[in-house]
Design a protein around this ligand. Structure first.
Ligand code: ADP
Ligand code: MG
Length: 581
């Protein structure tokens, strides 16, 4: 926890941290000394030695004012440190998330990342002032009090010295017990959050399936599990609380007993004994404070752990090389490329060899799940091969500088995601410096003009979260326009099977045919898009089973010709059914 904190703190804040720690330690010493000063003060008062009492009262006042002054200075620095920490942790998390390997984003890791970002605010600012100070105080104050007691009553000093580790151990035990329960509760909480979001998102399907009752859904089960975990958390905290209260009673008993014994023996006056009881109370105070802070401490620990786990997420290392022919359509070669998402036992691609010719259009076809989208993602550099390599104009793609790699590729995803904003903004996102002419050209090519004409706000129409206000086909067309406008020498299109309307078909075909100065790869489902391809690759279970020009493959009578006839039959079925309507 401390390691994560320190690693998050920006380099230039280190001297400030050192200054803060010095002030905090001095503050604890001053406080311990003023507590112990109560002993001579109270005895002088009781003994009626007014001038001595006055002197001690003066000293106590000076110490108290000094303590305040130090605390004020320390808390100012602690806020500065807190904000520096907040700033750097948010930056670090955001920066890491933009580089983390995409296969890392499982449901639970995504939840962790979300919580890491959401929880950083007040937690991080408060971490120094609300946690570092009390923890330091609890660890130091009792020890310093014990040392200061040596000249007054050394046996009492020994008891105080021994009590400190015992109380800290009890606190630690309490923490360890509740930590285990917290961990379970935390996991149940994450699961519940995920399920509730999923429950909300899948409402239409659930309602039609008559599964909308919360108690029968996965969300209902997750809520029930979370209740159970919360109850467990409370039950598990009880032994922890008992442990700490037992330890503090033992400490009080030992301190009071020793004082009484020393008084009976005549080593201490009655006045000193009274004052020492006050000291004993102050001695216990920081532990009680720390015990009350245990919950906050745990929250911070969890936040820091989440941040640490995001920061430890795997990234793909990029190289420093530039493309061999920047801006020109490259030749792309897969050399024995293997890839798996999570489990290596389920390879999606297994030593795949594939050549995508420079400036050519290659259509990839194959059954669902054969790895077509994965091939595109690998070309785009969204995933890195787990074996073999991808070579772009003779340069290993893994050696390319990451910005250069991104500039190479423009892509239309199978399930296109639009950014919340207007249609125009989404198109410009592909190339922020595009001219109006460019925008007009791509909106016409991608048939977005037809959508713009139909909507009341035209190109300024909002697309909604993820593009939800547009239909699947419209989303795909906007994303084709966005891909076309980006001046990247590689264009990848993952044709959406869900958007089989005529406008979409023409948008895809035009995108493929007009931009023939690019190396184009399309995952194709329709005859019209395949017809535009210079070469067809048939993929099955991550292997190329046929490849050649469409004519060659048709003539050979293999899988492609079967597919072609099947698609032809489907198309004519569509026409006849329309005619009979
Ligand atoms: P296609 O596009 O040909 O339908 P994909 O490349 O999308 O096939 O998927 C190939 C295989 O990889 C499938 O078995 C699919 O379940 C699996 N897969 C795809 N994406 C992921 C992912 N993000 N995590 C885990 N498995 C995935
Ligand atoms: Mg796919």
């Amino acid at each position: 926890m401390i390691k994560t904190l320190i690693s998050l703190l920006p380099e230039q804040s280190r001297p400030r941290l050192a200054r803060f720690l010095v002030l905090a330690v001095v503050s604890v010493i001053v406080r311990a000394v003023s507590v112990v000063m109560l002993v001579p003060l109270v005895s002088a008062l009781i003994d009626g030695e007014n001038s001595r009492a006055l002197a001690w009262a003066g000293a106590l006042t000076v110490a108290t004012i000094l303590g305040w002054w130090i605390d004020a200075a320390a808390s100012k620095i602690s806020y500065e440190l807190g904000f520096a920490l907040l700033n750097s942790s948010q930056h670090a998390v955001a920066e890491r998330l933009s580089q983390i390997r995409l296969t890392w984003f499982s449901a639970s890791n995504t939840a962790t990342a979300r919580q890491a970002i959401a929880a950083t605010g007040p937690d991080m600012v408060g971490v120094v002032i609300y946690l570092v100070v009390p923890v330091l105080t609890a660890m130091l104050l009792p020890v310093v009090i014990a040392v200061a007691l040596i000249p007054i009553a050394w046996p009492l000093a020994v008891v105080a010295m021994l009590g400190a580790p015992m109380l800290l151990a009890a606190l630690w035990g309490t923490g360890a017990i509740s930590q285990r329960a917290d961990h379970v509760a935390d996991e149940a909480n994450s699961a519940m959050t995920e399920r509730v979001i999923e429950f909300a998102r899948t409402q239409p399907a659930l309602r039609l399936a008559r599964r909308s009752g919360s108690e029968r859904s996965l969300a209902g089960a997750a809520v029930a599990r979370q209740h159970g975990a919360t109850l467990g958390l409370i039950l598990m905290q009880i032994p922890g609380l008992l442990l700490f209260s037992l330890a503090s009673q033992i400490a009080v008993f030992a301190l009071a007993g020793t004082t009484a014994w020393l008084t009976v023996r005549g080593d201490l006056t009655a006045a000193q004994a009274v004052a020492l009881i006050v000291v004993a109370v102050r001695y216990l105070e920081p532990f009680t404070v720390l015990g009350e802070l245990a919950g906050g401490l745990e929250t911070i620990r969890l936040t820091l752990r989440r941040i640490a786990s995001v920061l430890a997420g795997p990234t793909d290392t990029a190289g420093t090389q530039q493309p061999a022919r920047p801006g020109r359509a490259p030749r792309i070669e897969f050399e024995k490329v293997s890839f798996h998402y999570g489990d290596p036992a389920y390879p999606v691609l297994d030593e795949l060899d594939l050549v995508l010719d420079a400036g050519a259009a290659t259509a990839i076809i194959g059954p669902s799940g054969s790895g077509k989208s994965t091939v595109l993602a690998l070309v785009a550099g969204l995933h890195q091969p787990t074996g073999g390599r991808i070579v772009v104009d003779g340069v290993d793609a893994a050696q390319l500088d990451s910005a250069a790699r991104r500039a190479l590729v423009s892509m239309v995803f199978q399930q296109p995601y639009l950014m919340p904003g207007t249609i125009d903004e989404n198109i410009y996102a592909g190339h922020p410096d595009a001219s109006d002419d460019d925008v007009r050209r791509v909106t016409a090519l991608a048939r977005v003009d037809e959508i713009i004409d139909r909507l009341p706000d035209g190109a300024a129409s909002k697309v909604g979260e993820g593009g939800a206000l547009l239909s699947g086909g419209e989303r795909q067309r906007v994303s084709i326009a966005r891909a076309l406008i980006k001046p990247a020498p590689i264009l990848l299109i993952d044709e959406a099977t869900s958007a089989l309307d005529n406008e979409n078909e023409r948008a895809v075909v035009d995108a493929l045919s007009v931009d023939d100065e690019r190396t184009r790869v399309i995952v194709a489902h329709r005859r019209s898009s395949i017809r535009r391809a210079d070469r067809v690759v048939v993929l099955e279970r991550g292997k190329v089973v046929e490849s050649g020009t469409p004519e060659e493959l048709l003539a050979s009578g293999g899988r492609f010709s079967t597919f072609w006839e099947h698609r032809g039959a489907a198309a004519s079925w569509k026409i006849t059914s329309q005619l009979t309507l």
